[in-house]
Design a protein around this ligand. Structure first.
Ligand code: NAP
Length: 251
Protein backbone atom coordinates (compact mmCIF):
# COMPACT_ATOMS: atom_id res chain seq x y z
CA UNK A 1 0.00 0.00 0.00
CA UNK A 2 1.24 3.53 -0.76
CA UNK A 3 2.58 5.57 2.14
CA UNK A 4 -0.31 8.06 2.12
CA UNK A 5 -3.10 5.87 0.70
CA UNK A 6 -6.46 7.51 1.29
CA UNK A 7 -5.12 10.42 3.37
CA UNK A 8 -7.20 13.56 2.95
CA UNK A 9 -4.83 16.52 2.69
CA UNK A 10 -5.03 20.33 2.46
CA UNK A 11 -1.86 22.22 1.45
CA UNK A 12 -1.62 26.02 1.61
CA UNK A 13 0.51 27.86 -0.95
CA UNK A 14 0.58 24.78 -3.17
CA UNK A 15 0.37 26.54 -6.53
CA UNK A 16 4.18 26.72 -6.77
CA UNK A 17 7.51 25.71 -5.27
CA UNK A 18 7.66 23.46 -2.22
CA UNK A 19 3.88 23.38 -1.73
CA UNK A 20 3.39 22.18 -5.30
CA UNK A 21 6.03 19.46 -4.79
CA UNK A 22 4.25 18.36 -1.60
CA UNK A 23 0.86 18.24 -3.34
CA UNK A 24 2.43 16.29 -6.21
CA UNK A 25 4.32 13.71 -4.11
CA UNK A 26 1.44 13.22 -1.68
CA UNK A 27 -0.88 12.52 -4.64
CA UNK A 28 1.65 10.07 -6.11
CA UNK A 29 1.76 8.32 -2.72
CA UNK A 30 -1.99 7.78 -2.69
CA UNK A 31 -3.31 10.88 -0.88
CA UNK A 32 -6.30 12.90 -2.00
CA UNK A 33 -5.08 16.49 -2.02
CA UNK A 34 -6.91 19.79 -2.08
CA UNK A 35 -4.65 22.49 -3.51
CA UNK A 36 -4.83 26.03 -2.16
CA UNK A 37 -3.02 29.24 -3.03
CA UNK A 38 -3.42 33.01 -3.09
CA UNK A 39 -2.79 32.69 -6.83
CA UNK A 40 -5.90 31.00 -8.26
CA UNK A 41 -4.37 30.36 -11.70
CA UNK A 42 -1.32 28.65 -10.20
CA UNK A 43 -3.54 26.52 -7.94
CA UNK A 44 -5.72 25.43 -10.85
CA UNK A 45 -2.67 24.58 -12.95
CA UNK A 46 -1.16 22.48 -10.14
CA UNK A 47 -4.46 20.73 -9.50
CA UNK A 48 -4.92 19.94 -13.20
CA UNK A 49 -1.34 18.70 -13.56
CA UNK A 50 -1.41 16.33 -10.60
CA UNK A 51 -5.06 15.25 -10.69
CA UNK A 52 -5.85 16.80 -7.31
CA UNK A 53 -9.13 16.15 -5.50
CA UNK A 54 -9.95 19.84 -5.80
CA UNK A 55 -8.99 23.46 -5.21
CA UNK A 56 -9.93 25.62 -2.21
CA UNK A 57 -8.07 28.90 -2.40
CA UNK A 58 -7.28 31.32 0.37
CA UNK A 59 -4.98 34.13 1.33
CA UNK A 60 -3.72 32.80 4.66
CA UNK A 61 -3.72 36.32 6.15
CA UNK A 62 -7.53 36.38 5.88
CA UNK A 63 -9.04 34.21 8.64
CA UNK A 64 -12.50 34.06 7.06
CA UNK A 65 -10.98 32.88 3.77
CA UNK A 66 -8.90 30.25 5.60
CA UNK A 67 -11.94 28.96 7.49
CA UNK A 68 -13.98 28.79 4.28
CA UNK A 69 -11.16 27.02 2.38
CA UNK A 70 -10.66 24.42 5.12
CA UNK A 71 -14.41 23.76 5.17
CA UNK A 72 -14.43 23.48 1.37
CA UNK A 73 -11.58 20.97 1.55
CA UNK A 74 -13.42 18.96 4.22
CA UNK A 75 -16.56 18.95 2.05
CA UNK A 76 -14.58 17.82 -1.01
CA UNK A 77 -12.65 15.13 0.86
CA UNK A 78 -15.23 13.98 3.40
CA UNK A 79 -12.93 14.93 6.29
CA UNK A 80 -9.32 15.91 6.84
CA UNK A 81 -6.26 13.87 7.86
CA UNK A 82 -3.40 16.26 7.12
CA UNK A 83 -2.96 20.03 7.11
CA UNK A 84 0.26 21.29 5.50
CA UNK A 85 0.98 24.92 6.41
CA UNK A 86 3.33 25.76 3.57
CA UNK A 87 2.36 29.27 2.40
CA UNK A 88 5.09 31.70 3.37
CA UNK A 89 6.85 34.81 2.16
CA UNK A 90 10.31 36.27 2.54
CA UNK A 91 11.45 39.84 3.08
CA UNK A 92 15.03 40.80 2.32
CA UNK A 93 16.02 43.74 4.51
CA UNK A 94 18.38 44.65 7.32
CA UNK A 95 16.12 44.06 10.32
CA UNK A 96 16.07 47.53 11.80
CA UNK A 97 15.58 49.19 8.44
CA UNK A 98 12.45 47.15 7.72
CA UNK A 99 9.16 49.04 7.89
CA UNK A 100 6.74 48.06 10.63
CA UNK A 101 4.06 47.47 7.98
CA UNK A 102 6.32 45.01 6.19
CA UNK A 103 7.11 43.26 9.51
CA UNK A 104 3.38 42.95 10.24
CA UNK A 105 2.79 41.50 6.76
CA UNK A 106 5.41 38.74 7.01
CA UNK A 107 4.18 37.85 10.50
CA UNK A 108 0.60 37.70 9.20
CA UNK A 109 1.53 35.24 6.46
CA UNK A 110 4.18 33.10 8.16
CA UNK A 111 2.87 32.90 11.75
CA UNK A 112 -0.73 34.06 11.94
CA UNK A 113 -1.52 32.10 8.73
CA UNK A 114 -0.53 28.69 10.17
CA UNK A 115 -2.18 29.67 13.48
CA UNK A 116 -5.60 30.38 11.96
CA UNK A 117 -5.32 27.35 9.65
CA UNK A 118 -4.58 25.04 12.60
CA UNK A 119 -7.55 26.54 14.48
CA UNK A 120 -9.83 26.02 11.47
CA UNK A 121 -8.66 22.43 10.95
CA UNK A 122 -8.24 21.13 14.48
CA UNK A 123 -11.78 19.81 15.02
CA UNK A 124 -11.53 17.77 11.82
CA UNK A 125 -8.01 16.56 12.69
CA UNK A 126 -9.15 15.42 16.14
CA UNK A 127 -11.92 13.45 14.47
CA UNK A 128 -9.44 11.67 12.15
CA UNK A 129 -6.49 11.58 14.60
CA UNK A 130 -4.65 13.41 11.86
CA UNK A 131 -1.61 15.63 11.80
CA UNK A 132 -0.13 18.99 10.84
CA UNK A 133 3.11 19.59 8.94
CA UNK A 134 4.37 23.16 9.28
CA UNK A 135 6.97 24.34 6.75
CA UNK A 136 9.41 26.35 8.83
CA UNK A 137 13.06 26.94 7.85
CA UNK A 138 16.63 26.75 9.14
CA UNK A 139 16.08 30.51 9.44
CA UNK A 140 14.03 29.56 12.50
CA UNK A 141 17.12 28.01 14.08
CA UNK A 142 19.98 30.33 13.15
CA UNK A 143 20.17 33.99 12.24
CA UNK A 144 20.94 35.30 8.77
CA UNK A 145 21.69 38.85 7.64
CA UNK A 146 18.85 40.34 5.57
CA UNK A 147 16.37 37.77 6.88
CA UNK A 148 15.71 39.12 10.39
CA UNK A 149 11.93 39.20 10.32
CA UNK A 150 11.79 35.97 8.30
CA UNK A 151 14.01 34.28 10.93
CA UNK A 152 11.70 35.55 13.69
CA UNK A 153 8.60 34.18 11.97
CA UNK A 154 10.12 30.78 11.30
CA UNK A 155 11.32 30.48 14.93
CA UNK A 156 7.79 31.37 16.04
CA UNK A 157 6.42 28.61 13.82
CA UNK A 158 8.74 26.03 15.43
CA UNK A 159 7.54 27.14 18.87
CA UNK A 160 3.87 26.99 17.84
CA UNK A 161 4.56 23.50 16.49
CA UNK A 162 6.00 22.38 19.82
CA UNK A 163 3.21 23.81 21.95
CA UNK A 164 0.41 22.62 19.66
CA UNK A 165 1.99 19.14 19.63
CA UNK A 166 2.11 18.92 23.41
CA UNK A 167 -1.37 20.33 23.89
CA UNK A 168 -2.86 18.07 21.20
CA UNK A 169 -1.07 14.85 22.25
CA UNK A 170 -4.03 13.57 24.31
CA UNK A 171 -6.25 13.89 21.23
CA UNK A 172 -3.96 11.80 19.01
CA UNK A 173 -3.21 14.74 16.69
CA UNK A 174 0.50 15.10 15.80
CA UNK A 175 2.13 18.42 14.87
CA UNK A 176 5.59 18.63 13.29
CA UNK A 177 7.74 21.07 11.35
CA UNK A 178 10.23 20.87 8.51
CA UNK A 179 13.20 23.25 8.38
CA UNK A 180 14.74 23.40 4.91
CA UNK A 181 17.93 25.18 3.96
CA UNK A 182 18.10 27.01 0.63
CA UNK A 183 15.92 25.23 -1.92
CA UNK A 184 15.49 25.80 -5.62
CA UNK A 185 12.29 27.87 -5.81
CA UNK A 186 11.18 31.36 -6.84
CA UNK A 187 11.64 32.48 -3.23
CA UNK A 188 15.39 31.83 -3.35
CA UNK A 189 15.65 33.31 -6.86
CA UNK A 190 14.27 36.53 -5.41
CA UNK A 191 16.85 36.53 -2.57
CA UNK A 192 19.98 35.88 -4.66
CA UNK A 193 20.83 39.44 -5.79
CA UNK A 194 20.60 40.87 -2.24
CA UNK A 195 22.67 38.00 -0.77
CA UNK A 196 25.37 38.43 -3.41
CA UNK A 197 25.49 42.18 -2.80
CA UNK A 198 25.71 41.71 0.99
CA UNK A 199 28.28 38.89 1.03
CA UNK A 200 30.27 39.69 -2.14
CA UNK A 201 30.23 35.93 -2.78
CA UNK A 202 28.47 34.34 -5.78
CA UNK A 203 25.38 32.61 -4.39
CA UNK A 204 26.29 29.32 -6.08
CA UNK A 205 29.64 29.31 -4.25
CA UNK A 206 27.96 30.10 -0.93
CA UNK A 207 25.52 27.23 -1.40
CA UNK A 208 28.27 24.81 -2.49
CA UNK A 209 30.36 25.73 0.53
CA UNK A 210 27.56 25.66 3.12
CA UNK A 211 25.10 22.96 2.03
CA UNK A 212 26.71 21.12 -0.91
CA UNK A 213 23.88 21.88 -3.31
CA UNK A 214 20.55 23.63 -3.41
CA UNK A 215 17.73 21.57 -1.97
CA UNK A 216 14.98 20.55 -4.34
CA UNK A 217 11.29 21.00 -3.51
CA UNK A 218 11.11 17.20 -3.78
CA UNK A 219 13.73 16.79 -0.99
CA UNK A 220 11.36 18.65 1.30
CA UNK A 221 8.24 16.88 0.08
CA UNK A 222 9.85 13.51 0.96
CA UNK A 223 10.24 14.44 4.62
CA UNK A 224 6.81 16.07 4.75
CA UNK A 225 5.36 12.80 3.37
CA UNK A 226 7.09 10.78 6.07
CA UNK A 227 5.82 13.10 8.83
CA UNK A 228 2.29 13.01 7.42
CA UNK A 229 2.28 9.22 7.21
CA UNK A 230 1.45 6.62 9.84
CA UNK A 231 5.14 5.60 9.79
CA UNK A 232 5.73 8.74 11.89
CA UNK A 233 3.11 7.77 14.47
CA UNK A 234 5.45 8.50 17.43
CA UNK A 235 6.84 11.72 15.94
CA UNK A 236 5.31 14.89 17.29
CA UNK A 237 6.60 18.30 18.35
CA UNK A 238 9.67 17.77 16.17
CA UNK A 239 11.36 20.00 13.62
CA UNK A 240 13.30 18.19 10.93
CA UNK A 241 16.34 19.99 9.50
CA UNK A 242 17.04 19.40 5.79
CA UNK A 243 20.01 21.52 4.80
CA UNK A 244 22.89 19.42 3.47
CA UNK A 245 24.71 20.01 6.75
CA UNK A 246 24.55 23.83 6.77
CA UNK A 247 23.49 24.18 10.39
CA UNK A 248 25.84 21.38 11.47
CA UNK A 249 28.93 23.32 10.44
CA UNK A 250 30.75 26.09 12.31
CA UNK A 251 32.93 27.00 9.32
P1 NAP B 1 7.38 30.27 -3.37
O1 NAP B 1 8.14 29.62 -4.47
O2 NAP B 1 7.35 31.76 -3.27
O3 NAP B 1 5.89 29.70 -3.36
C1 NAP B 1 5.00 30.06 -2.33
C2 NAP B 1 3.57 29.94 -2.79
O4 NAP B 1 2.73 30.45 -1.72
C3 NAP B 1 3.28 30.79 -4.01
O5 NAP B 1 2.38 30.14 -4.88
C4 NAP B 1 2.66 32.04 -3.40
O6 NAP B 1 1.83 32.76 -4.30
C5 NAP B 1 1.87 31.45 -2.25
N1 NAP B 1 1.52 32.46 -1.25
C6 NAP B 1 2.20 33.60 -0.94
N2 NAP B 1 1.54 34.31 -0.01
C7 NAP B 1 0.41 33.62 0.26
C8 NAP B 1 -0.69 33.85 1.12
N3 NAP B 1 -0.78 34.96 1.86
N4 NAP B 1 -1.68 32.93 1.17
C9 NAP B 1 -1.63 31.81 0.40
N5 NAP B 1 -0.62 31.55 -0.44
C10 NAP B 1 0.40 32.44 -0.51
O7 NAP B 1 7.98 29.76 -1.96
P2 NAP B 1 8.67 28.38 -1.58
O8 NAP B 1 10.14 28.56 -1.68
O9 NAP B 1 8.00 27.25 -2.27
O10 NAP B 1 8.34 28.37 -0.02
C11 NAP B 1 7.29 27.57 0.55
C12 NAP B 1 7.50 27.51 2.05
O11 NAP B 1 8.79 26.94 2.32
C13 NAP B 1 7.50 28.87 2.74
O12 NAP B 1 6.86 28.77 3.98
C14 NAP B 1 8.96 29.18 2.90
O13 NAP B 1 9.20 30.09 3.95
C15 NAP B 1 9.51 27.80 3.20
N6 NAP B 1 10.94 27.67 2.95
C16 NAP B 1 11.46 27.86 1.70
C17 NAP B 1 12.83 27.71 1.51
C18 NAP B 1 13.48 27.88 0.17
O14 NAP B 1 14.72 27.85 0.11
N7 NAP B 1 12.73 28.04 -0.91
C19 NAP B 1 13.65 27.37 2.58
C20 NAP B 1 13.08 27.18 3.83
C21 NAP B 1 11.72 27.32 4.00
P3 NAP B 1 2.47 34.02 -5.10
O15 NAP B 1 3.66 33.47 -5.86
O16 NAP B 1 1.36 34.49 -5.97
O17 NAP B 1 2.88 35.00 -4.06
Amino acid sequence: MSELEGKRVFVTGSGAGIGKAIATLFTQRGARVVVSDINADAAKQTADEIGAAGVANCDVTDEAQVQAAVQQAVDLLGGLDVLVNNAGIEVSSPLLQQSTESFDKIYAVNVRGPFVAMKAAIGHLIESKGNVVNISSIAGIGGSPLLGSYCATKAALIQMTRVAAVEMRPTGVRVNAVCPGFADTAMVDRLVPDFEAATQVPFGDLVAMKQGRLGTPEDIAEVAAFLASDRASWVTGSHYVLDGGLTASLV
